[in-house]
Design a binder for this molecule. Structure first.
Ligand code: NAD
Length: 365
């Protein structure tokens, strides 16, 4: 086992603290981290079928060293599990096998499992302890950090209201083991790059070289762990100042998400979260260019960088009205995060509907 980074976010006294550990070979040693806190009465292990098949045995073996009962709820993989309607079935095993205020929910999986697990931990008995073990690049650099939890609401005719139901609930720990990323399908790795490139555009890090090296197979795991830790620290710095998105500075993290979420909803499963964010990011670049916040050649360079990482900058066969409808319901709707330059963002900008529609017409081919 090698720990590359181990830090503590101290948020406000109302939101709890989170220890964030990133390294190599951590999955075999979970008991060391969890035992250092007071031992839970039992563990509620939430995972999806894919992740559990890959890492379930290893995780359970390591948790068994704690000598506390482990109750499992294993969900189908993907965004479709992260919806309000599935919740009753998902929490049933936890209710049946006994819950206490000292139960600990462990979410083992990607952003879907972390968002859902965090939400469940925040509502069971009005809030129990939670630990995230993110196993996708996207979850390690983004979804597992910051305490936003939530589920989607999907109507019977398949309209998705993304992340419309959720809470702020900080996990006690986030344990990212870079070894888990080895099994990640190429498309999921790229999806993580969609959020990573957001950090590059908004904060200037990771560098393009680091971004490109993360997308290459066979890169030294220590290097990847360092880049993941760097992204986590950017997010931590932002949320420390505005843990509940009240002051406004946390809005910076929504860069690419205003249109990205709407595109993800309208695409109804055809795009991964990171792909939708990449398209949303290139939309934000185009809007910034049209409003003359950024000069056109810089705007083109950013779009070219996104594209060079193998990420989409436009999307085919998407109904613009569907995207606009999804934006109208999204909580981030109304204001945009725009770009002056790499590392220079403008938050809370209202943008004329005509400009938004024109940009969508360019992006939705
Ligand atoms: N809470 C937040 O702040 C926040 C931030 C960003 C994204 N999110 C949410 O995160 C979700 C997307 O997360 P995601 O991209 O991780 O998707 P995901 O959780 O659906 O995982 C993607 C796929 O990879 C599989 N998988 C997971 N780990 C694996 C591994 N190590 N090897 C092989 N396969 C593996 C999963 O089973 C799934 O099929 C979205 O719902 C998004 O809204 C939340």
């Amino acid at each position: 086992m090698k720990i590359i980074s181990d830090s503590q976010i101290i948020l406000t006294r109302y939101s709890g603290n989170t220890r964030i550990i990133t390294g190599i070979g951590l999955l075999d040693k979970l008991d060391i981290f969890i035992d250092s806190k007071n031992k839970p009465s039992n563990i509620l292990l939430l995972s999806d079928v894919n992740t559990f098949e890959l890492f379930g045995t290893q995780t359970e073996k390591s948790l068994n060293n704690l000598h506390v009962p482990v109750v499992k709820s294993i969900i189908p993989p993907g965004e479709k599990s992260k919806n309000l309607q599935s919740l009753a079935e998902i929490i049933l095993p936890f209710l049946k096998k006994g819950l206490s205020h000292n139960s600990m929910l462990i979410a083992l999986g990607g952003g879907v499992v972390c968002d859902l697990g965090g939400f469940i931990a925040s509502i069971l008995l009005r809030g129990i302890r939670s630990v995230y073990i993110p196993t996708t690049l996207l979850a390690q650099i983004d979804a597992a950090i910051g305490g936003k939890t939530g589920v989607n609401y999907v109507t019977p005719n398949n309209v998705m209201y993304k992340n419309m139901i959720g809470t702020f609930h900080q996990p006690e720990m986030v344990i990212s083991d870079v070894n888990t990323l080895v099994t990640l399908p190429e498309r999921e790795l790229r999806s993580g790059l969609g959020e990573m490139v957001k950090y590059y555009v908004g904060w200037g890090h990771p560098t393009i070289k680091q971004l490109s090296s993360t997308s290459t197979q066979g890169v030294e795991r220590e290097k990847v762990a360092g880049i993941i830790s760097l992204c986590q620290k950017i997010k931590i710095t932002v949320i420390k100042n505005d843990p509940f998105e009240i002051e406004g500075s946390r809005q910076q993290l929504n860069l690419g998400h205003t249109i990205g979420h709407a595109i993800e909803s309208a695409a109804a499963g055809k795009l991964t979260h990171g792909e939708a964010v990449a398209v949303g990011l290139s939309a934000a670049v185009k809007i910034s260019d049209r409003l003359s916040f950024i000069n056109s050649s810089k705007a083109r360079n950013i779009t070219a960088t996104i594209s060079s990482l193998g990420l989409p900058v436009n999307v085919k066969n998407l109904n613009i009205n569907e995207v606009l409808r999804a934006m109208a319901f999204d909580k981030k709707c109304g204001t945009f995060v725009l770009i002056r330059d790499i590392g220079k963002l403008i938050i809370g900008k209202r943008v004329d509907n005509v400009i938004v529609r024109n940009v969508l017409e360019e992006i939705c081919l």
